[in-house]
Design a protein around this ligand. Structure first.
Ligand code: ATP
Ligand code: MG
Length: 431
C-alpha cells in the first residue's frame, strides 16, 4: 500500500497547537486549493508569548496534536514545517549586488542565488540569526522593479530583499521540541509570513496591505507594498490580554472571562453593524454562562470600558510600528486581520477608527477537505505553512503506515530524560 505525497505543518501557538496534513501531487498547481487530509487542534501547554517556557509540557501537547492528525490521515509523519514568533523577531531590508557571470548571454539561476546571498551580509546582534531572505525585487543595470531576472540580460544584478531574523535560542528550543516528538523540521517560518501566504491576495499585496494575525499572546504583523514583502514585526498583545482584563475588571476567573468574551464576540459582532449592536445603556443577560454572581452585565462598561482600551492599545501599536517603518501611507489595501483574536467583539470597528485603514477579517481559503474547522482564522498560520512548502517545493515522499507504537510517548506524561531513553530503546526495537 502506498501513501500520498504530502506536506505537514504544525502551528505552535500560545493558546493552541494546530496541525495540518495536506495531500499534494509532486507537480501541484499552486492556484488550486490544497486538500487537507489530516487536521487537529489541541490546547497548548508550556508556551507563553509564543515562546516555549516548559519544553516537556510543550512536547506533550505537540505530540497529542500530531498523533490526532496522523490518525486522521492514516499514516505517520517524518517531518514538518513549523512556525516561529515572539518579540525576538526582527526584520530589515537589505540590498545585494553582483556582476552577472555571462553578461553577453543571460542572467542565470546561479546569478540570482549569488545576489540573494550577497544581501545576507548584514550585521546582526548576538543571538539573532537569519530566518528568511525574501527577494522583493531585482534591478538589472538601472532598471528597477523586476520580479524574475532569469533569462534577461545585463551586466550588474541587484536585489532588494526583506530579511527576517529570530533568536537562535528560540530556534533551538523549537527544533528540540519537534525532534523530541520524533519528527524532523523541514523549515521554520515566521508565523506572520506564513499567515500572510494564507490570507492576503495578490491584489492586496500590489495595493499595499498590513496583515495582522492576532493570536492569544502575540500579534504577528507583515506588510506588503507594491507586491513585495516589506516589513515584519511582532507585538506582544493578543486576545488573551482581553480575557485577562475581563477577569480583573469583573473579578471572575480566566476560564469564566474567556467564556464571556467568546459569548459576547459571537453574539454581538461577527461584523459590527448598528442594527446588531445592543443599545449602550442596555444590560446583557449572561446567566446562561453560569458564572457565579454574574447574571447581567452592562455593554457600556464591559465592551467600551474593558475591551475597547486593550484593542485601542493594540491598534495604536500596529499603526505606530508600520508608520515608523515608513509604510503607513503605502497600504491602500488596508488591514487584513486573522488569528483567533481577530474574532473579538468590535475589533473591526475599533481597528478602523484607530488606524484609519479599512479592516478585512480573513481566514484561510485556498484549502479544501472534509474539515470546515480549518477554515477558521486560528488556522491561518498552519495553512500558510502548507502554502510556504508548496511555493518552496518542500514535499514529503509517501510515508510509512501508522504504527500504534510509532510515537510511543504516553500522552499525559511529562517526559523526563529517563522516560525518553526508554522510548528511544523501545523505538529501536521496532521493525
Ligand atoms: N470566537 C471568538 N471570539 C473572540 N475571541 C476568540 C474567539 N475564538 C478564539 N478567540 C481568541 O483567540 C485567541 C487564540 O487565537 P489563536 O489560536 O490564533 O492564538 P495562538 O496562535 O494559539 O496564539 P499566539 O499566536 O499568540 O501564539 C484567544 O485569545 C481566544 O480567546
Ligand atoms: Mg498564532
Amino acid at each position: 500500500m502506498s501513501y500520498p505525497h504530502h506536506i505537514a505543518a504544525i502551528d505552535i501557538g500560545s493558546k493552541k497547537i494546530a496541525a495540518l496534513i495536506a495531500q499534494v501531487s509532486p507537480n501541484a498547481d499552486l492556484t488550486q486549493p490544497v486538500r487537507i487530509i489530516g487536521a487537529a487542534k489541541t490546547e497548548s501547554r508550556g508556551i507563553k508569548k509564543a515562546l516555549i517556557i516548559n519544553i516537556d509540557e510543550a512536547v506533550s501537547s505537540i505530540l497529542k496534536t500530531v498523533e490526532a492528525a496522523e490518525r486522521m490521515a492514516g499514516f505517520s509523519l517524518k517531518s514538518v514545517l513549523i512556525n516561529i514568533s515572539g518579540s525576538h523577531i526582527n526584520s530589515l531590508n537589505s540590498k545585494g549586488v553582483v556582476a552577472v557571470t555571462q553578461p553577453d548571454v543571460e542572467i542565470t539561476e546561479g546569478d540570482v542565488v549569488r545576489v540573494i546571498d550577497a544581501a545576507r551580509a548584514v550585521s546582526l546582534p548576538t543571538n539573532q540569526q537569519i530566518l528568511h531572505v525574501w527577494p522583493r525585487f531585482f534591478t538589472i543595470d538601472s532598471q528597477e522593479g523586476i520580479k524574475d531576472p532569469v533569462g534577461m540580460s545585463g551586466v550588474r544584478l541587484e536585489v532588494d530583499t526583506h530579511i527576517i531574523t529570530a533568536a537562535s535560542t528560540t530556534i533551538k528550543n523549537l527544533t528540540k521540541s519537534i525532534n523530541d516528538v520524533g519528527l524532523d523540521v523541514d523549515q521554520i517560518v515566521f508565523s506572520g509570513l506564513a499567515s500572510s501566504l494564507a490570507v492576503v491576495s495578490p491584489t492586496e499585496k500590489e495595493l499595499g496591505v498590513v496583515m495582522a494575525d492576532i493570536g492569544a499572546d502575540v500579534t504577528d504583523i507583515t506588510v506588503y507594498t507594491e507586491g513585495a514583502l516589506s516589513y515584519s514585526t511582532v507585538i506582544p498583545i493578543g486576545g488573551h490580554h482581553v480575557t485577562k482584563d475581563l477577569a480583573a475588571g469583573l473579578r471572575i476567573n480566566l476560564e469564566e472571562a474567556e467564556k464571556l468574551k467568546i459569548f459576547l464576540s459571537q453574539q454581538y459582532a461577527s461584523t459590527w453593524s448598528k442594527e446588531k449592536r445592543i443599545k449602550l445603556d442596555q444590560d446583557i443577560d449572561v446567566s446562561s454562562l453560569n458564572i457565579p454572581n454574574l447574571k447581567k452585565i452592562s455593554y457600556k462598561s464591559v465592551v467600551n470600558g474593558i475591551i475597547h482600551p486593550r484593542l485601542e492599545e493594540l491598534f495604536t501599536l500596529i499603526y505606530e510600528r508600520v508608520k515608523e517603518a515608513g509604510f503607513a501611507n503605502e497600504v491602500s489595501g488596508g488591514l487584513v486581520t486573522t488569528g483567533g483574536g481577530s474574532l473579538t467583539i468590535e475589533l473591526d470597528r475599533l481597528g478602523k477608527r484607530i488606524t484609519g485603514w479599512s479592516i478585512k477579517p480573513a481566514h484561510p481559503t485556498n484549502i479544501t477537505g472534509l474539515i470546515d474547522d480549518v477554515k477558521q482564522p486560528e488556522f491561518s498560520t498552519a495553512a500558510g505553512l502548507i502554502h510556504f512548502a508548496l511555493t518552496n517545493q518542500i514535499v514529503q515522499t509517501p510515508s510509512e503506515p501508522l504504527l500504534s507504537f510509532n510515537r510511543i510517548m504516553p500522552l499525559n506524561l511529562n517526559l523526563n530524560k529517563t522516560s525518553k531513553k526508554i522510548i528511544d530503546l523501545l523505538k529501536s526495537l521496532l521493525p
